[in-house]
Design a protein. Sequence first.
Length: 479
Amino acid sequence: MTSGWTIESVKATIAAKKVSARELAAEHFKRIAARNGELNAYLTLSEERAYAQADKIDAAVAAGKPLPALAGVPIAVKDVISTRGVRTTCGSKILNNYIPPYDATAVSRLEAAGAVILGKTNCDEFAMGSSNENSAYGPVQNPAAPGTVPGGSSGGSAAAVAADLAVASLGTDTGGSIRQPGAFCGIPAMMGSYGRVSRYGLIAFASSLDRIGPFARNVGDVAAVLKVMAGRDPNDSTSTTAPVEDYTRELKKPVKGMKIGIPKEYYGEGMDSGVRAKITAGIELLRTLGCQLMDIELRHTDYAIATYYIIATAEASSNLARYDGVRYGLREEADTLVATYRKTRGAGFGAEVKRRIVLGTYVLSAGYYDAYYLKGQKVRALIAQDFRNAFEKVDAIVTPTSPVPPFSLGERTNDPLQMYLADIYTVTGSLAGLPGISLPCGKISGKLPVGLQIFGPAFGEARVLQLAHAFEEAGGATV
Ligand code: GLN
């Protein structure tokens, strides 16, 4: 059997009865068994569940029934997304024995569309990180550039697709955690607008920023997975009623004449020269497709990292208060209740999570709330306004996904600030609630993948995907 499956090739092959959904799942589990020891992309496999679903698809094929959109497609799910009966750890020791009693809406929608869930992927603890080195279960290797990090926090999901251990996967993005690992592993990766995909069953990091989105082998597959998950969910009051466009059909619309904003704030100091060369070539490619390039200003970009790390940590400190040894997961018994809390949290959380709980508690505390948290919310509004102003003039905004190519394992672990700066181009769109995609845009010295990021206006997913598709078709991955 071949590797490099796409949703289209899976569907065609299964419908033609050349391969069964069960065989395809087995082929993936075999590859996972061979490579996961080295890559550490999966934390838990859900074989029983996968084969039961595959058998359902095979029965539908045998009965000549019409096949749903993702029939038989093997998909991996980041371990912060709840799966009924399948261990969900959030990459943390504190949840190492947690088995959710229900499925996230994103997962149940994928399964209803015929997808086969292979298992749960490694990630930074509670999705906090940019390199996957904060997982309590060890780092993930980048299959696209051995020796380097796969990006984070959804590193396992990105690596699984890049190494052919899944056809598509789900990640979550709070400040860049889908787009940046997509860039580092050389595959397309997208977050829809805030509210586009239900967060029900997504274990919260920062609720006003968290989003679920897909990794896949091509833009068409990204569109197909996003479409299945998108749409209002009564279980998440922040999910939107805005209609879901037919992203797959919209993909092929021409991009000639599209106006593309190039924000000067994203092309200054701090960008690696290799990244700059590839992004410049990528932008040139968009020009040859007939897009009109325009310089724009996003004035408050400089404040984005500070704003993000105030708001995200504040929300995290509140969301993570529930892990107290009483209600979920790990419990470290001690003499008093307070001592039990302290011992459980001390033993269960890793250093980065603790750092953020401390920072988040501080910015929310009496006397500092106005100076930090409230100020952060005001700056967030200004950043969102910058984008709204820009989208009055342009249809899409193009930037690098990350200022640097994938770095070596261990290179930044002792310098949290350096690690936070890796998010400089992604957190803005997160704060503003916009859709964004990262696309492969060549490799530095033929080795290190570079990602080009496209932002669209709120609920402009179809437009983002159109431009992404045109870029991919024109050979953007090898500029
Ligand atoms: N790297 C960022 C952080 O550490 C983003 C994480 C994310 O998007 N989940 O917070």
